[in-house]
Design a protein around this ligand. Structure first.
Ligand SMILES: C[S@@+](CC[C@H](N)C(=O)[O-])C[C@H]1O[C@@H](n2cnc3c(N)ncnc32)[C@H](O)[C@@H]1O
Length: 234
């Protein structure tokens, strides 16, 4: 890539992160998990939570953590357990506000914090992660699935050999669950908070299969729930 392409790409990366300020974060949980998932994307939030509970492990990285809604709701005792019995949790986000918000919410875990752009290799870790959740992040990231592949590679580099990458992503127009979903996809792609107009389940599978031996994708409404590992999946 030349310098101006790099600059354009960095601008698109930032357009996807910029909305996550304190105002939006304070509305996010109700908006996304209470209204948008059931009403627009036709994927019950319960399906995403059940999927999370099934895959999260003790040494966990929450990549693109946002408000920390899923760990707060799905890791038992996440908001009240005492630190000595807490599993190891690391929160990563490129938005300083998201990181601060989720760190406060999940403080009883004493989480490690990484202010980091997922398109860049992660800093070396002393203890690789047993699970990494990448929920509702892929549809924000600029580029095609081929370009987003670098993010999957960067995350795989910090997983244990049998570790699991899982999460969900909103697919593009071809999978849209009704006219409301199509309108919202148009709008969010126009303003740059989503970059998923052409994302398909097949593209997602291909991208994950480039890095992992075992891949599973299930589409519910407009949303693909995915898990990938080099070990057979649970
Ligand atoms: C739609 S929110 C998802 C939050 C949470 N994972 C959830 O499922 O509720 C996307 C999050 O990914 C972060 N993000 C977007 N692009 C990123 C990038 N290139 N590197 C790291 N984080 C990014 C945003 O700042 C935001 O907090």
């Amino acid at each position: 890539m030349n310098t101006s392409t790099d600059r354009n790409f960095e601008r698109e990366v930032w357009r996807a992160v910029r909305p996550y300020n304190v105002g939006i974060l304070s509305l996010y949980d109700v908006g996304v998990y209470g209204i948008w998932n059931p009403g627009i994307w036709q994927c019950p939030s319960q399906s995403i939570k059940d999927f999370y509970r099934r895959h999260v492990r003790d040494v966990h990285l929450e990549a693109g953590c946002g408000t920390g809604y899923l760990p707060a709701h799905c890791i038992p005792g996440a908001t009240q357990r005492s630190s000595h019995e807490a599993p190891s949790l690391t929160l990563l986000d490129y938005s300083p506000s998201s990181l601060k918000w989720s760190a406060r919410r999940l403080r009883s875990y004493q989480p490690a914090l990484l202010h980091h752009n997922l398109f860049l290799p992660l800093p070396p870790v002393t203890r690789p992660f047993e699970s990494i959740c990448l929920n509702y992040v892929l549809h924000c990231l600029p580029g095609s699935f081929e370009q987003k592949q670098v993010v999957i590679g960067n995350l795989k580099a910090v997983l244990t050999p049998g570790g699991i990458l899982f999460g969900s992503t909103i697919l593009g127009q071809a999978s849209a669950s009704g006219w409301r979903a199509r309108r919202m996809l148009d709008l969010f792609n126009l303003i740059g908070s989503f970059h998923n107009a052409t994302d398909t389940e097949a593209g997602l599978r291909r991208t994950l299969s480039t890095h992992f031996a075992h891949v599973r994708c299930t589409v519910v409404g407009s949303v693909a729930l995915f898990a990938a590992s080099d070990q057979p999946l649970p």
